[in-house]
Write a protein that binds this ligand. Sequence first.
Ligand code: 13P
Ligand code: SF4
Length: 352
Amino acid sequence: APSDPDLVERARAAKAALGDRVFVLGHHYQRDEVIQFADVTGDSFKLAREAAARPDAEFIVFCGVHFMAESADILTTDAQRVVLPDLAAGCSMADMAVLAQVEKAWERFASLGIASEVVPVTYMNSSADIKGFVGRNDGVVCTSSNAETALRWSFEQGTKVFFLPDQHLGRNTAVLKMGFELADCVLYDPHRPGGGLTDEQLRGAKVILWKGHCSVHGRFSLDAVEDVRARVPGVNVIVHPECRHEVVTAADFVGSTEYIIRVIDEAPAGSAWAVGTELNLVRRLALAHPDKQIMFLERNVCYCSTMNRIDLPHLVWALEELVAGRVPNQITVDASTAHYARVALDRMLALP
Ligand code: 13P
Ligand code: SF4
């Protein structure tokens, strides 16, 4: 549906009143009505870099989810304020790893005498607490666009990796990019005693995967890939690495949102694409490329409900509050957590 013209006008006016004092970041899964006001759009990696590169903006309005805004707060100066237009914009995957659970797992590794060999790696999609844990324990943050580089770096530091919280990104990267066997990976379930793993399993594992996943990308199935290949001859299947292993294995292309956009931008006219990622992005791609056949990999609707919490009314409210001299929904990370989380984020930003 087209955006409410009054709200569009109010957002424009508030942004104009704030001028260079505000910088709006928009993740590719945001709604059209919101993304039109982003000064920069990107995947998680690009947005982290952009936040760090704007020291002059007094306010960063983050149109994305909570863990992204936390990372922006960590990467910006103390004087800058990061605003999340709706505090309910969380991420169910990030919520699947809680610091106390992760510390318990680490204690188990220590009691087995393997903790010194294990390098913790956390996907960007995790709380600042988890990033802080990783920074304190000589690990690194990664995103879907640098997971392979981060894992290669980690295997130079130790002999095992503890990958949080997305089992799929961890498994897909280890097996499909680095040549590990599925049997080299074990799944640590925080809801089972000892993670549900025997001492032998932990000692033998190369990659210890946290049992977390994305509820949006978890819905794409191998059946959907086979079905679209049968219906659309010559179709290219492109998916995000948060999809399940069998889906990623059956796809032709796999990568971050920024990668998916680039591949489709560069594809020849007339080509057909079944896209396995969030629906706002797939719809925008289809509208941007009327000369290509672009379809959603699953037939049922699949928005990320928390990304979608940021809508135009929330954005207008946040901008107008800033104009009025108040800072709404500020996201702050405490200094000690931020210090170690920044260590892990800086390690990521320094990867080749
Ligand atoms: P990227 O944009 O980094 O590919 O991440 C996708 C995602 O799920 C963010 O929540
Ligand atoms: Fe989290 Fe998945 Fe939504 Fe990304 S798409 S914010 S990983 S729930």
